[in-house]
Design a protein around this ligand. Structure first.
Ligand code: NAD
Length: 487
């Protein structure tokens, strides 16, 4: 097997196997070939991870913040040195083309470790003057944080959660998606090599039941999930029962609004990035593309012309820019929606079904698909598909398009294309979405907070904002005079 790790889990600074956990395979989505066999965590491994995280966290919280930062920055350098090897692993596990994984996965994870490593020594409290007496605040860690990953950006998600958690002095137990279990183990190796004390970052494998056990475990102080809205609701309910802090990064059905004065070529580029990058498996995708009626046909024609140039094929060939979907289950779901779109009466501009790729007869490939004349109430315009299915909807009026863009339970992201600067800001101000773009789409630099409004999530990752979700403030009142009492 070409990607078999030393063992399934990483606990206390080394690989550990579980004896009784459910076995499962990791598949290469381009061929269906088994690349690794993993065991889910059993209770013994879960308890060992908790114990090692408790011990590691004490040592780590007592480590000066500047030193914690240095460890994270060393880990960033290790990820960069190993970028090609890690990118190949991520391509094998997710099916995403190497052209993408080389720049967007371990590389963005390294940016994240570097950014939070740099913030480490700047995390301070406040001094509050109370007229003679004073108060001060300090940030303290929460304890053991539990990170749960989705399968679309496995190592990036592991970094986005662990870096802010660790820099604040927490330990993290991370459970990758059972669909993509491999790269988080490599992150754990990099942390150990960088000097992270044993137990501060542990990886446990498994399905939702392992996740739920850890969410409910009394030793876990905080849970951070990246996943779908239904899973988010389950995790929030269970965490709520135990009154745990939660960060939820969930799904979306985000609008991208293209006004009549937009640069059409740039807007088409953004629509492509917002729907076909990572074969459409990105939570913030702008899957509802509202295009002003005056330019709609020109936009659709150019989009179809450029989509025809997509290179689908061997994900390990750097010329390929569209790979397979991650799994058979995801393939079936996306094909189902492609059929629903046609049944609902949307105009199929291109794509619409599975794709056959020479030498990869068993791969989960689908055609990048564009529907035009999509109506707001169609299922393809309302439900998250998580595949390369782009819907073009028409509009003429600004207020009307804002209302329609907001008419969804989701609120993860939104984009606006216009050359009118006042309109751009006016529209963005009214869009109910946590992450917005003007004249671009889907760029998520680590410096910029990321997260959702409404059912798309709770809390923020990235940027300074993330620190608030991985630390707690202690306020200390210092009395400099006497103490008065009524009697
Ligand atoms: P999913 O919800 O099926 O699974 C996510 C993770 O939750 C997996 O690790 C899974 O094992 C775990 N899980 C499942 N049930 C659980 C439970 N009851 N308790 C604890 N853990 C449980 O999501 P997915 O299919 O892996 O990923 C796709 C979804 O993730 C999409 O909806 C997408 O929009 C979303 N996503 C969001 C972001 C974001 O940052 N907002 C990023 C990537 C993906």
């Amino acid at each position: 097997m070409r990607a078999q790790p030393q063992a399934s889990h990483y606990v206390g600074g080394s690989y550990v196997e579980s004896q009784s956990g459910t076995p499962f395979d990791s598949l290469y989505p381009a061929t269906g070939e088994v690349i690794a066999q993993i065991r889910a965590a059993d209770d013994a491994v879960i308890e060992a991870a908790i114990r090692s995280a408790q011990e590691g966290q004490k040592v780590w919280a007592a480590t000066p913040a500047a030193e914690r930062g240095r460890v994270l920055r060393r880990a960033a350098e290790i990820l960069r040195e190993k970028n090609r090897e890690l990118s190949i692993l991520e391509t094998l596990d997710t099916g995403k083309p190497l052209q993408e994984t080389l720049i967007a996965d371990a590389a963005s994870g390294a940016d994240c470790l570097e950014y939070f490593g740099g913030l480490a020594a700047t995390l301070t409290g406040e001094h509050i003057d109370l007229g003679g007496s004073f108060a001060y605040t300090k940030r303290e860690p929460l304890g053991i944080c539990f990170g749960i990953g989705a399968w679309n950006y496995p190592i990036q998600i592991a970094c986005w959660k662990s870096a802010p958690a660790l820099v604040c002095g927490n330990a993290m137990i991370f459970k990758p998606s059972e669909v993509t279990p491999l790269s988080a183990l490599k992150l754990a190796e990099a942390f150990t090599e960088a000097g992270l004390p044993a137990g501060v970052f542990n990886v446990l494998q498994g399905f939702g039941d392992v996740g739920a056990k850890l969410v409910a475990h009394p030793a876990i102080a905080k849970v951070s999930l990246t996943g779908s809205v239904p899973t988010g609701a389950k995790v929030a309910a269970l965490a709520g029962e135990h009154l745990k802090k939660t960060t939820l990064e969930l799904g979306g059905k985000s609008p991208l609004i293209v006004f009549e004065d937009a640069d059409i070529e740039n807007a088409v580029s953004a629509a492509i990035n917002a729907n076909f990058y990572s074969t459409g498996q990105i939570c913030s995708n702008g899957t509802r593309v509202f295009v002003h009626e005056a330019i709609k046909e020109a936009f659709v024609a150019r989009l179809a012309e450029r989509t025809a140039k997509a290179v689908m094929g061997d994900p390990l060939d750097e010329a390929t820019n569209i790979g397979p979907l991650v799994s058979k289950q995801q393939l079936d779901k996306v094909l189902h929606y492609m059929q629903i779109g046609q049944d609902e009466g949307a105009r199929l501009v291109c794509g619409g079904g599975s794709a056959s790729v020479a030498s990869f007869p068993d791969g989960y490939f689908v055609q990048p698909t564009v529907f035009a004349d999509v109506k707001d109430d169609m299922r393809i315009a309302r439900e998250e598909i998580f595949g390369p299915v782009l819907s073009v909807l028409d509009f003429t009026d600004e207020d009307d398009v804002i209302a329609r863009a907001n008419d969804t339970d989701f609120g993860l992201a939104a984009g606006v294309f216009t050359r009118d600067i006042q309109r751009a800001h006016r529209v963005i101000d009214q869009l109910q979405a946590g992450t917005c773009w003007i004249n671009t789409y889907n760029l998520t630099p680590i410096e910029m907070p990321f997260g959702g409004y409404k059912k798309s999530g709770i809390g923020r990752e990235n940027g300074h904002a993330a620190i608030d979700y991985y630390s707690q403030t202690k306020s200390v009142y210092v009395e400099m005079g006497g103490v008065e009492a009524a009697f």
